[in-house]
Design a protein around this ligand. Structure first.
Ligand code: NDP
Ligand code: 8X3
Length: 264
């Protein structure tokens, strides 16, 4: 907790699931002195998260910002308009991401392909490029943390997930190259790859169909957003010389992207 004291942390996709849990977990771990910049498209939901945090962490300042990471102009504006007390960002958690449908080639909608790539890939790259200059401007050639939320899907592509899996493989490549490019700095580049986590992920995948989404988790016990948030906060809270470069997290019933033990 002491290592997080005074940090300014940006989380993308903080309105739901893993991102929201990260916001709460950072605040719970360092309730006395922390600044959180919470971003997503749903501004009202971000304000609810801010109110929740205000209820238990009096020393945490929260700045909610409406930001669509798939729009590079919004990202530029976001950085330019940060209030002075939130400008010195220490940690970027690139969490915003989504999957659309289970269609297979040649029937995948071009709009869905574009949404997945522009959010999961271009969004992560654009956010990273927008924040890195703040890290690099620091003494000693730069310091700060970039945490990218990848997925088991980026390591192991599956049928009906070709585009989503390709986006997460791209995140993995970008993250790996970036860590090497920044090797002369103290900037830590961290990838955290969850397996199955129950969030709004499947509801979004199935276009809002909650019944279909529920079936994904039938007979299994998925991870929760908090499970992943604990690992994110742990990674960022390590001694500066320790880089949790790459972490894969499964629930105990899962052994691969599509290997699940289901109780029937
Ligand atoms: P949720 O759907 O619960 O949360 C996704 C978050 O991303 C929301 O806060 C959403 O906010 C935000 N988001 C989506 N599109 C955009 C956009 N264009 N701009 C800004 N924010 C956006 O899902 P998860 O918490 O599960 O997903 C978080 C990350 O975890 C994703 O990158 C996902 O790929 C990854 N992941 C999830 C797994 C799972 O099984 N659930 C497993 C492995 C990885 P809003 O709609 O308000 O913009
Ligand atoms: C989400 C997990 O493999 O079910 O990244 O698509 S998966």
């Amino acid at each position: 907790a002491a290592r997080l004291k005074g940090k300014t942390i940006v989380i993308t996709g903080a309105s739901s699931g893993i991102g929201r849990s990260c916001a709460v977990e950072f605040a719970r771990t360092q309730p006395d002195d922390l600044k959180l910049i919470l971003t997503a498209r749903r501004y009202d939901t971000l304000k609810e998260v801010a109110a929740e945090i205000a209820g238990f962490a009096k020393g945490v300042k929260v700045h909610p910002v409406k930001l669509d990471v798939s729009n590079p102009e919004e990202i530029d504006k976001f950085v330019g308009q940060l209030p002075d007390e939130f400008k010195e960002i220490d940690v970027l958690v690139n969490n915003a991401g989504l999957v659309k449908g289970v269609a297979q080639a040649p029937n995948i909608s071009p709009a869905d392909i574009n949404t997945m790539f522009s959010t999961n890939v271009t969004g992560v790259i654009a956010m990273t490029q927008a924040i890195l200059p703040i890290f690099k401007a620091r003494s000693d050639g730069g310091r700060g943390d970039i945490v990218n939320i990848g997925s088991i899907a980026g390591r192991e592509p599956y049928q009906g997930g070709s585009i989503y899996c390709a986006t997460k493989a791209a995140v993995r490549s970008f993250t790996d190259a970036l860590r090497k490019e920044l090797i002369a700095t103290r900037i830590r580049v961290i990838e955290i790859d969850p397996g199955q986590v129950e969030t709004e992920f499947s509801v979004v995948r199935f276009g809002g169909d909650k019944e279909k989404a529920k079936k994904v988790y039938e007979g299994v016990e998925p991870l929760t957003g908090e499970d992943i948030a604990e690992v994110v906060v742990f990674a960022v809270g390590r001694r500066e010389n320790v880089v949790l470069a790459d972490t894969l997290i499964f629930p105990s019933h899962q052994g691969a992207a599509t290997v699940m033990h289901r109780k029937t």
